[in-house]
Design a protein around this ligand. Structure first.
Ligand SMILES: *[C@@H]1O[C@H](CO)[C@@H](O)[C@H](O)[C@H]1NC(C)=O
Ligand SMILES: *[C@@H]1O[C@H](CO)[C@@H](O)[C@H](O)[C@H]1NC(C)=O
Length: 145
């Protein structure tokens, strides 16, 4: 009697599991699961885009490019040759929508001038370092425009 009950219970479980797998198989056809994987990849792509945001980020600025054309420092050996300066950059930002359309561009809305200190050799044959201040534009705020 006890084993009969157990058998019946087992049968019920088997039937239930069968029904479940059949219904879920019916729902998730191979074509649809391929599509949902693609959907997932698409969403990840847009998520990565949005992570780029629109904010000032460090970019390399060449000191020589920031000196005026007539600057005497062009003849000097300058250190550093490049500076890390915060700038708004359209290429490294994203101002688009949820479909990955680049609808706006990231542009500077606020900036200030900051003095960077540059070291130079007064004479290339000496070890005598001197310093000068070089004002460079630093972006403090960017917006999608
Ligand atoms: C000193 O060295 C720098 C870097 O090599 C060079 O660009 C510059 O022309 C030199 N200046 C002089 C006066 O020789
Ligand atoms: C940068 O340095 C120059 C020379 O010392 C000074 O006249 C100027 O006010 C400074 N600018 C800033 C933004 O600090």
């Amino acid at each position: 009697m006890q084993s009969m009950k157990l058998l019946l219970l087992l049968l019920c479980v088997v039937v239930a599991v069968n029904t479940m797998s059949v219904s879920s198989m019916g729902k998730v056809s191979p074509r649809k699961s391929g599509k949902s994987a693609a959907e997932k990849a698409f969403k990840l792509e847009v998520k990565q885009l949005k992570k780029m945001k629109c904010k000032p980020r460090l970019v390399k600025v060449y000191v020589a490019d920031e000196l005026g054309e007539t600057s005497d420092y062009h003849d000097k050996w300058l250190f550093p040759e490049v500076l890390a300066v915060k700038r708004c950059s359209a290429s490294y930002s994203y101002c688009g929508d949820n479909l990955g359309r680049d609808t706006k561009i990231c542009a500077t809305t606020t900036h200030k001038m900051k003095n960077f200190t540059i070291r130079y050799l007064e004479n290339n044959n000496s070890n005598n370092f001197e310093y000068f201040k070089l004002p460079i534009k630093v972006d403090s705020k960017c917006d999608c425009v």
